[in-house]
Write a protein that binds this ligand. Structure first.
Ligand SMILES: C[C@H](O)[C@H](O)[C@@H](O)C(=O)CO
Ligand code: MN
Length: 417
């Protein structure tokens, strides 16, 4: 018996004292898929053009070894997945097409993503998708789908329609639903006179995009709000209220990005409300530092609270968990490993709570026990359960994954000059 297993068995006994069956928890955890975002691998560059990243988002840092081709990106992704326990998904953006054809965003088709699909089949991964409404010359004066210019709107409407067919293709080919997430950067730097009409135009453009019926077994549309972006500080067309209204009336998934709210607002406190009314939720697990900075996700209070909300309210069935961070100051494979492992860990930690018992004492008004127990739980041997989960999933235990990421940096990433 390995030391990791021995420690697990001790931890199992300890959790059993609280009525928590760790073996069952680990089985449940295996069902949880995280959609790892392709764009951490190349600083959201994609393969459509050499256009700078635009749309009010930015990536800082210049760590060596960024993937320059789809092949390099897939190689890096394989390395990252080999450090992460469980079977997961990859979240692609339209600009990550893999083709020799010269096509624009309003011309893309499923065939331009065939290589990603065969790779996903080989790797036993699901795929999710995103239209790319930025880093393109038709992102004009800060606007796309809400633009006052009909030609601009039409270009992006066509793009949106095409991405839905590509996501449908992913779902059909891979036998698991592909979430297609719509985020548009449209907004004004300074105070607008008219806040209404751009929102009406966005609503109408989205309605036109979604007018084609597509089987929800294959793809689900999601809509992502935002508070502000660089260059759109005063007004963002697709605000939280806009998409709450839109998503709820059009049966779309509501995407909650942890970085898209006021600094003192947290998405963990919003999930239960949205879940009561919405078709489903998409998460963009991210880490805002003073602004929507998209830092790598760490095991902070908010991440743990997101995990608890999902588990305590039984929301894992209606929530699609995606990641959204991009840090170019560190090894990009390590960034994926840290953020994804932490997200899974936060869910595991929440699953190791005696949820039913905690709910019962809360209903009985025993707030003393509630506080005592939730505090005491912080010292329970959670890491021994996590390490065992890594071991049975044949991925590195503890910090061993870092040695592998460093070796990969030396042998592969540093050679990309
Ligand atoms: C690249 C993504 O589409 C983007 O990060 C979006 O999801 C977002 O959060 C923009 O701030
Ligand atoms: Mn996001």
């Amino acid at each position: 018996m390995s030391t990791v297993e021995k420690k697990y068995l001790e931890a199992k006994e300890k959790y059993a004292e609280l009525g928590v069956n760790t073996d069952e928890v680990l089985k449940r955890l295996e069902e949880v898929k995280i959609s790892m975002h392709v764009w951490q691998g190349d600083d959201i560059a994609g393969f459509l053009s050499d256009d700078e990243v635009s749309g009010g988002i930015t990536v800082t840092g210049n760590h060596p070894g960024k993937a320059r081709t789809p092949e390099e990106l897939r190689q890096d992704l394989e390395k990252a997945y080999s450090l992460i326990p469980g079977k997961h998904k990859l979240n692609l953006h339209a600009i990550y097409l893999d083709t020799d054809e010269d096509v624009d965003l309003n011309e893309i088709e499923p065939k331009h993503f065939e290589k990603w699909v065969s790779w996903a089949k080989e790797q036993d991964l699901g795929l999710d998708f995103n239209p790319t409404f930025f880093s393109h010359p038709m992102y004009k004066d800060g606007f796309t789908l809400a633009s006052p210019d009909k030609e601009v709107r039409e270009f992006w409407i066509e793009h949106g329609k095409r991405t839905r067919r590509i996501a449908e293709y992913f779902g059909k080919e891979l036998g698991q639903v592909a979430v297609n997430n719509f985020w548009v950067p449209d907004g004004y730097k300074d105070n607008p006179i008219d806040r209404y009409l751009p929102r009406q135009r966005l609503m109408e453009s989205l309605d036109e995009i979604f007018s084609e019926e597509i089987n929800p077994e294959y793809t689900l549309d999601a809509v992502e709000s935002k508070l502000f972006g660089i260059g759109a500080e005063a007004y963002t067309v697709g605000s939280h209220e806009f998409y709450m209204g839109y998503g709820l009336t059009r049966n779309k998934l509501i995407c909650m990005d942890a970085g898209h709210f006021h600094p003192t607002e947290v998405i963990s406190n919003k999930l239960s409300s949205i879940a009561l009314f919405s078709e489903g939720i998409l998460l963009h697990v991210s880490r805002p530092v003073r602004w929507d900075s998209d830092h790598v996700v760490i095991m902070d209070d908010e991440l743990q609270e997101i995990g608890r909300e999902l588990v305590r309210n039984d929301l894992l069935g209606k929530t699609h968990i995606g990641l959204d961070f991009f840090d170019a100051t560190i090894n990009r494979v390590a960034a994926w490993a840290i953020g994804t492992r932490n997200t899974i860990k936060a869910i595991l930690k929440a699953m190791l709570e005696p949820t039913d018992y905690l709910k019962k004492i809360e209903l009985e008004g025993d707030f003393t026990t509630r506080l005592a127990l939730t505090e005491e739980l912080k010292d329970f041997p959670f890491a021994d359960v996590w390490n065992y989960y890594c071991e049975i999933n044949q991925v590195p235990v503890g910090l061993d994954w870092l040695k592998e990421a460093q070796k990969y940096e030396e042998e592969v990433l540093n050679k990309r000059k």
